[in-house]
Ligand binder design. Structure first.
Ligand code: ZN
Length: 230
């Protein structure tokens, strides 16, 4: 794409065309009456504004391409379209920042407010996870809270590849909402520390380990979290 070169510097320019403002009343290039303007931008400010406009325009065009048949609407609301594109970029940046695992966690654990209100998540009857949960409950009977299946907490979110379907999470002595917080930090910490499977590391007040397909965390009071990624 051939874009006109943008000016740079701290001198004042015509805000319509970017030409350096001379002593004369009129812009040499486009004829705008410069003396009537409240304040002329610096060349750097003008260039920054133009770059932003180009970027917004690009995002809008891209969004229009992706939404064939919605071109008209996109043209009617270019600012909104750009905003959505900006958010998408933000999400993409976050994914790059924290890595795939944490990204999945962030997406999966995206909205937990309503989940906090219903900590006792349920699961389909007769599933393997339920069998394990029952066995755990029997072992722990009388001395620890029942294990909760927190799969519903993570089995949400607008994930493209949707790894959520293969994930299981069980927690004992800790709410599913807290599980979410711990696991987000789990991925963050393990990526930062470059933790090898089997090595223990701290996540909030838990001691956690990665396993081949997931991880487990324990707290001194006996609370546990176990999860596996599909
Ligand atoms: Zn001008």
């Amino acid at each position: 794409m051939n874009e006109p070169e943008l000016p740079s510097g701290t001198h004042r320019v015509c805000h319509r065309c970017g030409t350096a403002a001379a002593e004369s009343v009129w812009c040499e290039s486009c004829g705008l009456n410069l003396k009537q303007q409240d304040e002329l931008p610096t060349a750097d400010a003008y260039a920054a504004k133009k770059r932003e406009e180009r970027w917004l325009h690009l995002q809008t065009e891209r969004a229009q391409g992706e939404n064939a048949g919605r071109e008209h609407a996109a043209r009617q609301a270019p600012k909104q379209t750009a905003k959505v594109a900006k958010i998408s970029l933000g999400v993409a940046a976050a994914l790059l920042l924290v890595g795939g695992g944490a990204a999945a966690a962030l997406l999966l654990f995206g909205s937990d407010d309503q989940q906090r209100a219903t900590p006792a998540a349920t699961e389909p009857a007769g599933s393997p996870a339920e069998g394990r949960e029952r066995a755990t409950t029997r072992r722990q009977a009388g001395r620890a809270p029942r294990a909760t299946n927190c799969r519903d907490v993570i089995d949400i979110g607008p994930t493209g590849s949707d790894p959520a379907d293969a994930v299981s999470i069980t927690a004992r002595g800790v709410s599913c909402g807290d599980v979410r917080d711990v696991l987000v930090d789990f991925f963050r910490n393990s990526i930062q520390a470059g933790t090898a499977p089997g090595n223990a590391f701290s996540v909030q007040d838990f001691t956690c380990r990665e396993t081949s397909g997931g991880g487990s965390c324990k707290r001194r009071d006996g609370a546990t979290i176990k999860f596996s990624l599909g």
